[in-house]
Ligand binder design. Structure first.
Ligand code: AQP
Length: 335
């Protein structure tokens, strides 16, 4: 690798496809970095089994997610893309980091508390340990910047704390990463309950737009989006969360600002605005749809990208892990 700074991020293959939230909060930003940084993007399948998955569905979704990364415009020649489970150093570093992380701090994480409520019959150690594995994902690659939606900010903060703690105990080892969140769209909300995050695992299919949805499904979901009753297209997260969410989506998908969007729709009604927002999403995803169909029919190509990505990632990750093992005092064999 050259001396460009490193970006790392990942998405769990925990649904049929990426949501519009994943696209706007994560992938859309990843696309902007591919020339300026050394970018490493993983399909984080180890994370996804913290919630029970059907094995054959997980396999199919994981293949599809990598095809979606590529179809979104991530160039395999410029970005390292791989499956987390293909690079064993993630789990190995997570073990070492576990030994400097406290149970108390993990039990206070918002996502752990939320998911424990949601999956009360399966509050497993992996669910609690998720932020430590995420710290390992990030720290293995000397990452400077982690592009995320606001929901993951607390976990990046945790990764920073773990890195600083390790550096204090064992001497300078890890780069302390910074989160990157875009000004618009860092949190996209459910179309049916606009104070809740748009989440892959939402059971209400009208609440979530998947980037693989057909245009008519996308239009239908936007037409049914929940809004308030005053019929003014004005950004106000507290009093008008539904309309503010649609304004954010429209602004990001058209490249306009929130203010430009408000001006464009001054005096217009919600019905028209919902249709225009749906159309903006359909139009913005047109290239993706065409490319995804092509890539998804070529499983060998996707596997090749994953193999090359994992080879490169393993090579980088093993250097950091060797250093960590040396620092903590494990026996090193002469080569
Ligand atoms: N609604 C969202 N708005 C903005 N950004 C979002 N992200 C997720 N949802 C939104 C960002 O996408 C990246 C990958 O997240 P993830 O899917 O691996 O984990 P998650 O945040 O737990 O996502 P979900 O959709 O809620 O998954 P499930 O339902 O499986 O738990 C992250 O950068 C995240 O911020």
């Amino acid at each position: 690798m050259d001396d460009k700074k490193v970006i790392f991020s990942g998405i769990q293959p925990s649904s049929q496809a990426l949501t519009l939230g994943n696209y706007i909060g994560a992938v859309n930003n990843w696309l902007k970095f591919q020339d300026e940084y050394n970018c490493i993007y993983s399909v984080v399948d180890l994370h996804s089994i913290t919630v029970r998955q059907n094995p054959s569905e997980l396999r199919a979704r994981s293949l599809s997610f990598l095809a979606q990364y590529i179809a979104c415009g991530l160039d395999p020649n410029k970005n390292i893309m791989f499956y987390q489970s293909h690079v064993p150093q993630h789990a190995e570093l997570a073990w070492v980091l576990n030994c400097i992380t406290y149970v108390g701090e993990l039990s206070r994480m918002t996502q752990f508390k939320d998911k424990s409520r949601k999956h009360a019959d399966n509050i497993n150690m992996g669910l609690m340990d998720y932020p430590v594995l995420m710290a390992a994902d990030i720290l293995l690659y000397k990452t400077s910047l982690v592009p995320i939606g606001t929901d993951q900010k607390q976990h990046v903060e945790m990764a920073r704390n773990i890195a600083m703690r390790f550096n204090n105990v064992y001497g300078d080892t890890f780069i302390v990463p910074e989160p990157f969140m875009a000004k618009s769209g860092a949190k996209i909300y459910s179309l049916q309950a606009p104070t809740q995050k748009m989440s892959k695992s939402d059971e209400n299919e009208n609440a979530v737009v998947y980037i693989t949805d057909e245009p008519d499904a996308i239009m239908r979901k936007f037409k049914r989006a929940v809004t308030d009753s005053d019929n003014r297209i004005v950004y106000d997260e507290v009093n008008k969360p539904g309309i503010s969410n649609l304004i954010n989506i429209y602004a990001v998908m058209t490249g306009k600002t929130v203010r430009e969007t408000e001006i464009e729709f001054e005096g217009k009604g919600y019905g028209e605005f919902k249709i225009k927002t749906g159309e903006a999403v359909v139009e913005r995803l047109a290239d993706f749809r065409e490319k995804y169909k092509r890539i998804t029919s070529d499983k060998t190509y996707v596997e090749q990208v994953a193999k090359e990505g994992a080879d490169k990632a393993r090579c980088l990750a093993s250097k950091t892990l060797d250093k960590v093992y040396r620092k903590v005092g494990f026996v090193q064999m002469s080569k």
